[in-house]
Design a binder for this molecule. Structure first.
Ligand code: ZN
Length: 209
């Protein structure tokens, strides 16, 4: 699967919107929006993407797949399932959970499943890479070896890569969402209607009134 194939799957399920006028959480405006939550209900699509991940890493001796909850639970399960099928060995799927201080840690005894194992870390979308870095730290703390990190889409290819993440990093798709300050927004200047379904468009319009 190419980067375009992945983005087409996102588009198909409404997870990648283009040609719109979006207000981002940051307050900036832009024409595209990536919504990871839109893809998870579509099991066939998410399974096909995870099968692609499994195919890419089937030769790496992976024994455990780990990901940050909540979306990561789905990703680690499907990826481990296909890795088990492809390698003929049981590969486990586990996840970390967010603590009140925003860390990602193994609970439920999963740290014991990671100990001494070769681990693949997966995640849906990297915006800052923060969650992935925290999962890597938890794997290492539990005594696991991070063999690779794979994300569905990387929103910041310049700042998120193998050297900044601290482990071999792969993104199935890369996407740079261009964002403008409101005063410089070409969509505002063209009076393109603001999208009120995703992002902060509704709040933005309510504030303008
Ligand atoms: Zn605008």
């Amino acid at each position: 699967m190419t980067s375009e194939d992945i983005l087409n799957i996102f588009k198909k399920v409404g997870g990648y919107i283009t040609g719109s006028h979006i207000v981002y959480t940051s307050g900036k405006h832009g024409e595209a929006y990536l919504n990871k939550d839109a893809i998870y209900p579509h099991t066939k699509e998410i399974a096909s993407i995870c099968k692609e991940i499994a195919n890419r890493f089937k030769g790496n001796g992976i024994e455990v797949v780990a990901a940050p909850a909540l979306g990561g639970i789905i990703l680690s399960q499907w990826t481990a399932y296909f890795l088990s099928e492809l390698t003929g060995k049981e590969v486990l799927g586990v996840y970390t959970e967010k603590t009140p201080d925003k860390n990602q840690i193994f609970t439920r005894g999963y740290d014991k499943l990671v100990k001494g194992k070769k681990v693949l870390v997966v995640e849906d979308i990297t915006t800052t890479g923060g969650s992935v870095v925290k999962v890597i730290a938890s794997v290492r703390q539990a005594g696991g070896k991070v063999m690779a990190v794979c994300v569905l889409a990387n929103r910041d290819p310049i700042n998120i890569n193998t050297s900044t993440i601290g482990a071999p990093f792969t993104a199935l798709a890369e996407i740079k969402l261009q964002a403008f300050e409101e005063k410089d927004c070409p969509l505002c200047q063209k009076n393109v209607p603001v999208n009120t379904t995703v992002g902060k468009g509704r709040e933005y319009l309510a504030r303008k009134k």
